[in-house]
Design a protein around this ligand. Structure first.
Ligand code: ATP
Length: 217
């Protein structure tokens, strides 16, 4: 008898630092998309942006602290441990090889990240390895008028419903909605730089870690 393999969510980011926007996105995706687990993958050296405010080791430690009380969350240190720049397509190739061809993989993105997809290495190939699920984020909309023609075409062609994730290992784009949270790591770093409180924007163990290690000042 054929056995269905449960979908695994993959959630990459700089997580500089990880905050409730990230955690709520992952929890909502887990529930809405029936994911068995969500694997957080902090980027080592992100290719698309300035050097992060905190080292890869600190960002990994904060991701671990923030997720340790949720049995459905796990943290993958591979991008942090790799010496070279982090590219999602290479991570997907590695995970496919590790997890086999049948397991549905779902790459989780906020809308802002989806809009930036055409700048990613080999972005056209992402759907060969995974599905993509996109969450709303305040300040951004999934409006095809704002997309490059290539991205508009791809999102139209790949668009699927939630049940598309169950039967196939990769290939569909779905949307899910989360309680809108206008929290960003940029804002958190700016508050910290200005000496303001970070409480209730991110888990308290992460707030304490930032203080202890004097990050972002
Ligand atoms: P920065 O402000 O430094 O750019 P960020 O808060 O956007 O950081 P990232 O680590 O760059 O965090 O984001 C990782 C992923 O989480 C991306 O796919 C992004 O779209 C998503 N994300 C981050 N914050 C939110 C939020 N508040 N709501 C929805 N998605 C979010």
């Amino acid at each position: 008898m054929m056995q269905t393999e449960h979908a695994l969510g993959l959630f990459g980011g700089t997580f500089d630092p990880i905050h409730y926007g990230h955690l709520r996105l992952a929890e909502t995706a887990r529930e809405a998309l029936s994911l068995e687990k969500v694997r957080f993958i902090p980027a080592g050296l992100p290719p698309h942006r300035d050097a992060p405010g905190a080292s890869a080791e600190h960002r990994l430690a904060m991701a671990r602290l923030a997720t340790e009380d949720n049995p459905a969350f796990e943290v993958d240190p591979a991008e942090v441990e790799a010496a070279q720049a982090s590219f999602t397509i290479l991570t997907l190739e590695r995970l496919r090889a590790e997890l086999g061809p049948k397991r549905p993989l779902v790459l989780l993105l906020g809308v802002d990240a989806l809009l930036g997809l055409p700048t990613w290495k080999r972005w056209n190939e992402l759907f060969d390895f995974a599905h993509v699920a996109v969450a709303n984020r305040p300040g951004y909309s999934l409006d095809s008028a704002r997309m490059s023609p290539e991205l508009a075409e791809l999102t139209h062609r790949r668009h699927g419903t939630l049940d598309a994730l169950e039967g196939r290992p990769a290939g569909s784009l779905v949307q899910f909605s989360m309680t809108p949270l206008a929290i960003s790591a940029t804002d958190i770093r700016a508050r910290r730089g200005a000496g303001q409180s970070l409480r209730y924007l991110l888990p308290q163990p992460v707030v304490d870690y930032i203080s202890l290690h004097q990050l972002y000042i």
